[in-house]
Design a protein around this ligand. Structure first.
Ligand SMILES: [Mg+2]
Length: 227
């Protein structure tokens, strides 16, 4: 067999994070008696991704991301809020979201009988565990590695070293990471010297420095790569 170990990203690979995020924001705004417009949602996403970028560059810690993203958003709406408290409420809503992306669960169930499956996800441990449990998929995975617990995140080499050390009789040549993020998943896999499968449903173009081994537009197509 070409592969023995498959490492799966979660958000926008197995679970529909776009939908989860939208629902969580809607629930939060509803509690505040406010209406979430497309414009506010876009502003939130901009603020959030900027904060995560600064976190990835080591400029701020994770608490600054989760505790200030809403105070920054509401500052722009001229409303003063307790950013930390709102951040907690939001994460609670986020942890409730476990909408599957397509037929990902059936695919995982089928792969489970032939391969050793692992979860490799960047995020908050409590949130990710709850979402995976609620999706009824955890039993198909040998282990779950959430960046918060690992202490490093994808694409850092240290993150992958930590994961590989914990996979019994790990065989680098027979290991592949599957994910939608060109940086976290594909660049991470490149740096960790394993094969990579890029889930690219929106046909984004790649960059010269990051090369996936395989590319698919729907997760179902994974079977043709594994054969
Ligand atoms: Mg992802």
């Amino acid at each position: 067999m070409k592969f023995k170990t498959l490492l799966f990203d979660v958000d926008d690979t197995l679970l529909d994070f776009q939908l989860t995020e939208k629902k969580a924001l809607q629930a939060l705004f509803q509690e505040e008696g406010l209406f979430l417009t497309d414009e506010i949602e876009a502003t939130y996403k901009k603020i959030n991704s900027q904060l995560w970028r600064e976190f990835e560059q080591g400029k701020i810690n994770k608490e600054t991301v989760t505790d200030t993203r809403f105070s920054l958003l509401f500052e722009r709406l001229n409303k003063h809020v307790d950013g930390k408290k709102m951040g907690e409420q939001y994460r609670h809503h986020l942890s409730q979201g476990h909408d599957l992306l397509g037929n990902s669960k059936e695919i995982i169930e089928r792969l489970h009988s032939e391969y050793d499956l692992y979860i490799v996800t960047n995020g908050i441990a409590k949130t990710q565990y709850q979402r995976l449990n609620d999706s009824n998929m955890t039993s198909f995975f040998n282990d779950i590695f959430v960046s918060e617990e690992v202490g490093y995140q994808k694409p850092m080499k240290e993150y992958f070293d930590y994961v590989f050390e914990r996979i019994p009789s790990f065989d680098r040549e027979k290991t592949m990471i599957i994910g939608d993020s060109l940086v976290s998943d594909i660049q991470g896999g490149n740096q960790a010297n394993i094969q990579t499968l890029w889930l690219n449903p929106t046909k984004q173009s790649t960059v010269p420095t990051i090369q996936p081994t395989y590319e698919i537009s729907r997760l179902d197509d994974i079977f043709s790569v594994l054969e």
